[in-house]
Design a protein. Structure first.
Length: 99
């Protein structure tokens, strides 16, 4: 999934004009934005018990690079939300950039 997202973002945001460092920073920022959106959506759509358990896991694994994988494994519904939020980001970027 990540490779397809990266490829689409490369085309959309003209990565060929960015340095490698700029690309890394950009992708990290976009990833964080999408992840935050997915987390907030999952919390708002979950029952209290699930949201509490999810929040605990987010706190416990926040410093891990694979937080999204841990959450998708523990909460299958989170995978769908993360995929939807990723697609929504891409669609909004296309609208804004007029592509």
């Amino acid at each position: 999934m990540a490779n397809a997202i990266n490829q689409n973002l490369e085309e959309l945001f003209h990565f060929s004009e960015m340095t490698d460092d700029e690309k890394l920073v950009f992708l990290a920022d976009v990833g964080s934005l999408i992840m935050e959106s997915a987390i907030l959506r999952f919390l708002s759509e979950s029952d209290e018990s699930t949201a509490e358990h999810f929040s605990h896991m987010v706190d416990a694994y926040a410093d891990k690079d694979n937080l999204h994988e841990v959450l998708m494994e523990a909460f299958p519904a989170f995978r769908l939300i993360l995929e939807e939020e990723t697609e929504a980001f891409k669609e909004e970027a296309v609208k804004i950039l007029g592509k």
